[in-house]
Design a protein around this ligand. Structure first.
Ligand code: NAD
Length: 282
């Protein structure tokens, strides 16, 4: 139904079958922390949907280059990798500049890089606190800012942030600082989404539960009882997730299929956050 308003607008010019709106053909994406784990899976998903992807990681150029090569192999022929430390604002600006110079633009920024430090709250040092917040909160903010500085003049863009289930629950680990950083990320997403909606930039988050990455694997093998107790059993689906189970959400958020969604956080946790264990009837 065509509606004519004196003020405001209805809908966008994005239309067509949803399978088409999910396609990312012609888009350019950057994924921080894209060289392995969750970031690599998201990068793969974006490339499979048609995007060219720039892989950003902090160290070990070979790791990022191996993923970029894989992406080129599945059709994202201009994908490449670069090293950048997300705690350094100038480095992020340089990474965006290099992307724009080589690929002409940046449509999608996935601010995914993050670290965890397990330490009892009473023992955490100032250095540990600063290191974690620098990557997880400052790094996300300045990744988004570096992208937005390019996106605002273009009047379009899409930013996706990797948050965590730990933004909502004390996750069973001594991780007060990590959990606070992810709760902060969720508020950043809301604020940036609000500020940049007028530039047609959408900002959303994905909050994974326990996901099998290189970091988790050895722990699960070494401490199977403990891992089952707080990582697997509390999830209603009774299992840990895999990185590729997050790729669909990344594609959805990056695509026009989610064109009316901004400032939100998609929790993908196998039902971990649904109810405390002791409430379970099943
Ligand atoms: P990972 O350790 O496997 O990968 C981390 C990536 O971040 C690597 O590519 C690394 O190079 C990069 N990185 C770290 N510090 C960086 C810096 N200063 N600058 C640039 N890159 C940097 O981790 P992962 O498990 O894949 O986690 C990715 C994201 O998902 C993180 O934000 C993490 O907090 C979040 N997360 C993970 C889980 C999980 O169970 N694995 C659950 C919820 C949220």
């Amino acid at each position: 139904m065509a509606v004519h308003l004196n003020k405001g607008r209805v809908g966008t010019d994005v239309c067509g079958p949803v399978t088409e709106r999910l396609r990312l053909k012609g888009r350019v994406a950057m994924v921080t922390g894209g060289s392995r784990g969750i970031g690599a899976a998201m990068a793969r998903g974006l490339a499979e949907a048609g995007a060219e992807v720039v892989i950003v990681s902090r160290q070990g150029a070979e790791e990022g280059e191996a993923i970029a090569e894989e992406l080129r192999g599945i059709g994202a022929k201009n994908s490449f990798a670069l090293l950048a430390d997300v705690t350094k604002r100038a480095t992020l600006d340089a990474a965006v500049d290099e992307t724009v110079n080589r690929l002409g633009k940046l449509d999608i920024m996935v601010a995914n890089a993050g670290i965890g430090i397990d330490v009892n709250a009473e023992d955490m040092t100032e250095d540990q606190w600063d290191r974690l917040m620098d990557v997880n909160l400052k790094g996300v903010f300045f990744s988004a800012q570096a992208a937005a500085r390019h996106m605002i003049p273009r009047g379009r863009g899409n930013i996706i942030v990797t948050s965590s289930l730990s933004a909502f629950v004390a996750n069973g680990n001594p991780q007060a600082c990590y959990n606070a950083s992810k709760a902060g990320v969720n508020m950043l997403v809301r604020c940036l989404a609000y500020e940049w909606a007028r530039h047609d930039i959408r900002v959303n988050a994905i909050a994974p539960g326990y996901i099998m990455t290189d970091i988790l694997g050895p722990y699960l093998e070494e401490f199977p009882e403990e891992a089952h107790g707080y990582m697997i059993r509390p999830a209603a689906m009774n299992r840990i997730g895999t990185p590729d189970e997050l790729a669909g959400a990344a594609v959805f958020l990056a695509s026009d299929a989610s064109s009316y969604m901004t400032g939100q956080c998609m929790v993908i946790d196998g039902g971990y956050s649904l109810t405390p264990l002791e409430n379970r009837l099943l």
